[in-house]
Design a protein around this ligand. Structure first.
Ligand code: HEC
Ligand code: HEC
Length: 155
């Protein structure tokens, strides 16, 4: 590995993520998975890894599924409760100082830092459309693999 400012930053980031209890083995997020979650929360977009938001964020998201980013993602109460429990058990640590929980991974400081080298034109590419469209670039994101070795930015 080249020793650059970025690689030092990355080492710190990796340490920080481990410290936060985000199990990262071989550049994979821990593969905590649940079939109901995967089916229900992976139908409109990739099932976002639970580690990427703290429990409070998942709780807030799960209590407003009828008004979910302009969509109705409502579930019957039992299914919703099961998914909420899975997400909260596998949630990341809350590293924000804000009292209102973030509802978007893409607005967390972690996300912005990790993607600071992605050029503007990539975000604006019609094949990407939204930063939340992880699988536009993370080609194995649907398998929970967000490794830097499995990225292809659409041209
Ligand atoms: C009916 C379709 C639909 C279903 C089902 C759905 N979502 Fe979403 N979700 C959306 C849309 C639309 C967005 C906004 C995407 C964008 O901004 O490009 C979104 C965004 C999100 C975001 C924010 C992404 C970001 O960081 O910008 C999270 C987190 C999320 N959904 C979690 C969930 C969870 C958890 C479930 C399962 C309980 C779920 N979604 C089910 C449609 C859906
Ligand atoms: C426009 C393309 C693009 C989109 C969309 C995108 N990413 Fe990325 N992502 C990248 C690039 C490029 C990197 C940086 C790789 C590097 O140089 O470390 C990255 C890095 C990452 C990393 C760190 C990987 C590693 O091995 O260090 C994670 C985790 C990640 N992204 C998750 C996500 C998630 C979750 C979403 C959706 C909410 C998302 N990304 C959306 C392009 C994208």
């Amino acid at each position: 590995m080249k020793i650059s400012k970025r690689s030092i930053f990355r080492a710190f980031l990796a340490a920080g993520l481990c410290w936060a209890g985000m199990a990262m083995a071989d550049d994979h997020f821990s593969t905590a998975t649940d079939p109901t979650w995967k089916a229900e929360c992976g139908s409109c977009h990739v099932a976002y890894p639970p580690q990427l938001l703290p429990a409070g964020s998942w709780r807030a998201l799960m209590s407003g599924l009828d008004k979910h980013f302009g969509s109705d993602a409502s579930l019957d109460p039992q299914t919703a409760a099961g998914i909420a429990a899975f997400l909260e058990e596998n949630a990341g640590r809350d590293r924000s100082s804000s009292r209102t929980p973030a509802l978007r991974i893409t607005e967390t400081r972690w996300f912005v830092h990790e993607h600071d080298e992605v050029p503007d034109r990539a975000w604006k590419n019609p094949q990407v459309k939204s930063a939340a469209n992880c699988t536009a670039c993370h080609i194995d994101g649907d398998k929970g693999n967000f490794s830097e070795h499995n990225i292809r930015i659409p041209k």
